[in-house]
Design a binder for this molecule. Structure first.
Ligand code: HEM
Length: 385
């Protein structure tokens, strides 16, 4: 997609696309400005739900309570709840656990001398980490994964298209997931533990800030938000390094560059390609007039390669200075899991380099998933020793 983004950025940076019925923004300045501008709403549910049958109301009620889909003052109330849960200080307390999980996932591949990095490492790691944090016991994780997949199917596709079959199937699973979380919350109220559900319940009750519907919707979202995204970051990051041996060598020589390299991976191959906002009034963007009610799509992946901001924007440079990439968004909805995602990726690449002397690409070229919003390598077969 990158040549298309570049062409749009040069010729028509604020472009109305009839096939998606939305404005496509490709300049860094516009993308960043719109995400900070409260004249653009994050509530995509209210409008989209009108297209679906009333029988799916419970699913849309739940979605409408997820912080990502709300504006102030509701957004602030929901977001305040998780504010303390993913600060850098809190996240760093998971250091030992994340390291141990990385080592467990790398061990079989190291023994065989090869691995499929996506399914054996990049996909399971984030789910294991968030399950530890939220307090999901190992034996329940397989079921949670099925429920999470149902939730993300709805959350990722409701504003384009969902069939009745999909919605019927997902509604049942989401209702089961809701009951499961209700039980968890009841247990946490009786006997709070050190897990995230306990601390969210205690905080919500103490401040009477959130009702159970809001708590459940946002717990579900937290269990999901960092999974596919972090998987893509890890997979795309290693994919980029395998295509640039000098950059891999630079990181091996100086692992203190890893956090910077992670920002560079996010800039060049960010997981979330674009996000959606709806204009709440007429707004002029560049030379165009966006009308109230219209959808705009700030393309993060295009902004991240804007030559007005980044020198040699298509080059991977793990030592690049000041990488103010937009892959976590910006403004009030800036990713709430940013510290966790960065820390997890830092440890993952550290352990990968510490446990191996050499990593090489095996098999044919690299292929990305066809999902048009989430950019991720499908598979990454590597030889490791
Ligand atoms: C929001 C990306 C990992 C939790 C966002 C947004 C982006 C994003 C672009 C803003 C969406 C918008 O403005 O509409 C990413 C990427 C990740 C990642 C690229 C990994 C590389 C995580 C993790 C968690 C998390 C690990 C937590 C466990 C959230 C939450 C929000 C959010 C709660 C909503 C914030 C709000 O609406 O105020 N993320 N994310 N994310 N992310 Fe992440």
């Amino acid at each position: 997609p990158f040549p298309v983004y570049a062409r749009l950025r040069e010729t028509e940076p604020v472009h109305f696309d009839k096939s998606v019925n939305a404005w496509i923004l490709t300049r860094y300045a516009d993308v960043s400005a719109v995400m900070k501008d409260r004249r653009f709403s994050s509530d995509r549910v209210t409008k989209a739900r009108l297209r679906y049958s009333d029988k799916y109301e419970p699913v849309f009620d739940l979605l409408s309570r997820v912080m990502l889909q709300t504006d102030d003052p509701m957004h602030k109330r929901l977001r305040d709840l998780v504010h303390g849960a993913f600060t850098r200080t809190v996240v760093e307390t998971y250091d030992g656990k994340i390291r141990a999980l990385c080592d467990t996932l790398l061990a079989p591949g190291l023994e065989r001398g090869e691995m499929e990095f996506v399914s054996e490492f990049a996909a399971p790691l984030p789910i294991l980490v968030i399950s530890e944090i939220v307090g999901i016991p190992a034996e329940e994780r397989e079921q949670i994964k099925i429920w999470c997949d149902a939730f993300s199917t709805v959350a990722l596709n409701f504003y384009t298209h969902l069939s009745d079959e999909q919605l019927d199937h997902c509604s049942v699973l989401i209702a089961e997931f809701t009951d499961y979380l209700k039980d968890k919350m009841a247990a946490a109220r009786r006997k709070p533990g050190p897990d995230l559900i306990s601390s969210l319940v205690v905080a919500a009750d103490r401040e009477h800030a959130l009702d159970d519907g809001e708590l459940i919707a946002n717990c579900m979202f937290l269990l999901n938000a960092g999974n596919e995204t972090t998987t893509c970051l890890l997979a795309n990051g290693l994919g980029l390094l395998l295509g640039a041996p000098d950059q891999m060598a630079a990181l091996r020589a100086d692992p203190s560059l890893i956090p910077n390299a992670v920002e560079e991976f996010l800039r060049l191959q960010g997981p979330v390609q674009f996000i959606g906002r709806i204009a709440t009034q007429d707004v002029t963007l560049g030379e165009q007039r966006v009308k109230e009610g219209e959808m705009v799509l700030p393309v993060l992946a295009a902004a991240n390669r804007d030559p007005a901001v980044f020198e040699r924007p298509d080059m991977l440079d793990v030592a690049r200075d000041h990488i103010h990439q937009l892959s976590f968004g910006t403004g009030p909805h800036l990713c709430a899991g940013i510290q966790l995602a960065r820390f997890e990726a830092k440890i993952a690449f550290e352990r990968l380099f510490e446990c191996t002397g050499h990593i090489e690409l095996k098999g044919h070229g690299l292929e990305h998933t066809s999902n048009f919003n989430m950019r991720c390598l499908k598979e990454l077969h590597v030889g490791i020793r």
